[in-house]
Design a protein around this ligand. Structure first.
Ligand SMILES: *Cc1c(COP(=O)(O)O)cnc(C)c1O
Length: 425
């Protein structure tokens, strides 16, 4: 049996029905922006392999950092022990995160970074001897797939089988140009219940709900209101972190500072799973005690894995390099130019960009959800043209590795333009 046949027997893939779907492509190698498949196809990874890859696949600097680390200290228990990669990465992150962030708590991925943030928030109030039972989140939010992170996310077909097990969350409407005063009123009403532990948000752009951008000034107002009520503000920067929105963090577009920041995805440049949750001194203060019952009794076996931390240090160094910063500005500009060239096309409902992220929504008659039939046309159309674009229903987005060249961007843009031309107008 070939590899794909053996895959079918033994593997269960994420977000994928077990029947009735195309066979997965067998990737044998990945280098730069390209995924090489067994049948000789060379595909541009326009979505950075689920938004994680920053500096290209098999990046030599990151590979070397991992390899060196693997042969000296591959892993060690992180309670009672520490190591240089974890310390260096924490210091590096604190240097670039919003100024008020004071410590880093490591975990394994984006969902766990969010779980840690939520548990930290609830225990912050517990340690203060105050009961706060609820979280405020934004409609359409996606914060991960574990129970806590699912609870603070949008209720949808994804969460339906589990909805009774999710804890109750106060959702405000997704802010638009037309509802800002309503959103503020809703938010204040929730705050006035005096039962709110934290407010969690994807700063200025929601990822999984369709790269939806909202007003940063309104978010500043929400954060200010929340903090005036003593409510902890959690910036979920799992997608937006590390330059995606044109600044190092999406929170850098704001005047306020979050109390907690969740990081993962780009944290290791996309090479190894790692999560990090940073928090301000105000949070730390409530945990500063010799009492074990006040300690944060949470941890994962692979917390602060040295190889992952080494990859993180190497990736951060590449990110802060002048060349990478210029690439981010270059991609940002190219996206804006491309938008100008296609925005009036009949089939385009809306096309928008924020930094290196570009999203294009198609007009469609049917329900414009993730389950929209349109994805069944879009995905293979682009794969046939050697471009990996994974649609969210009737929407496609580009979130490329920063090393992508203008020519490679043009290949993606042309494939999209070709689709627009073929579509009935
Ligand atoms: C992807 C994502 C998560 C979950 O991260 P995983 O590593 O997939 O668990 C959480 N929050 C946001 C904003 C994300 O985009």
């Amino acid at each position: 049996m070939n590899w794909v046949g053996r895959d079918k027997v033994s593997i269960w893939h994420p977000f994928t029905p077990l029947e009735g779907v195309d066979e997965p492509l067998h990737v044998t190698k990945a280098e730069g922006v390209y995924l090489h498949t067994e049948n000789g196809q060379k595909i541009i990874d326009a979505v950075s392999s689920w938004w994680v890859n920053l500096h290209g696949h098999s990046n030599p600097a990151i590979a070397e950092a991992i390899s060196k680390q693997a042969s000296s200290l591959e892993h060690v228990i992180f309670a009672g022990f520490t190591h240089q990669p974890a310390i260096e990465l924490a210091e590096g992150l604190l240097e670039v995160l919003p100024k008020n962030q004071s410590k880093i708590f490591y975990s394994d991925n984006g969902s766990t970074a969010v779980e840690v943030a939520l548990k930290m928030s609830f225990q912050y109030w517990f340690n203060k001897d105050q009961e706060k039972r609820k979280i405020i989140a934004i409609d359409g939010a996606y914060h991960g797939d574990t129970f806590g992170s699912m609870s603070v996310g949008e209720r949808s077909d994804f969460t339906k089988p589990f909805v009774k097990q999710l804890f109750d969350v106060d959702f405000i409407d997704f802010p638009t140009q037309h509802n800002e005063s309503d959103v503020l009123r809703q938010f204040e009403e929730y705050l006035n219940s005096n039962d709110i532990a934290a407010f969690i948000y994807e700063p200025i752009i929601q990822g999984a709900s369709g790269m939806r951008i909202y007003n940063h000034k309104l978010l500043d107002k929400l954060i200010t209101l929340a903090q005036n009520h003593g409510v902890i503000c959690i910036a979920d920067e799992v997608m937006t972190g590390f330059g995606r929105t044109g600044k190092l963090f999406a929170s850098d577009h704001l005047e306020t500072e979050p109390d907690i920041v969740c990081l993962s995805k780009g944290l290791t440049g996309g090479a190894i799973a790692l999560g990090a949750t940073s928090c301000s001194a105000q949070i730390i203060k409530e945990f500063q005690s010799k009492d074990l019952k006040k300690a944060f009794l949470h941890g994962h076996s692979y917390t602060a894995n040295p190889m992952a931390c080494a990859a993180g240090i190497a990736s951060l160094k590449l990110l802060l390099d002048c060349e990478c910063q210029q690439n981010i500005q270059r991609i940002t500009k190219k996206h804006v130019e491309f938008i100008d060239s296609i925005k009036t096309k009949e089939i385009v409902k809306e096309v928008r960009s924020l930094g290196t992220i570009l999203a294009l929504e198609f007009k469609t008659d049917e329900d414009s959800s993730y389950f929209s039939e349109m994805r069944n046309t879009l995905y293979p159309f682009f794969i046939e043209r050697n471009v990996l674009l994974r649609p969210l229903g009737n929407l496609i987005y580009i979130i490329p590795p920063y090393i992508i060249t203008n020519d490679e961007l043009e290949v993606i843009y042309s494939a999209i333009t070709e689709f627009l031309k073929l579509s009935p107008s």
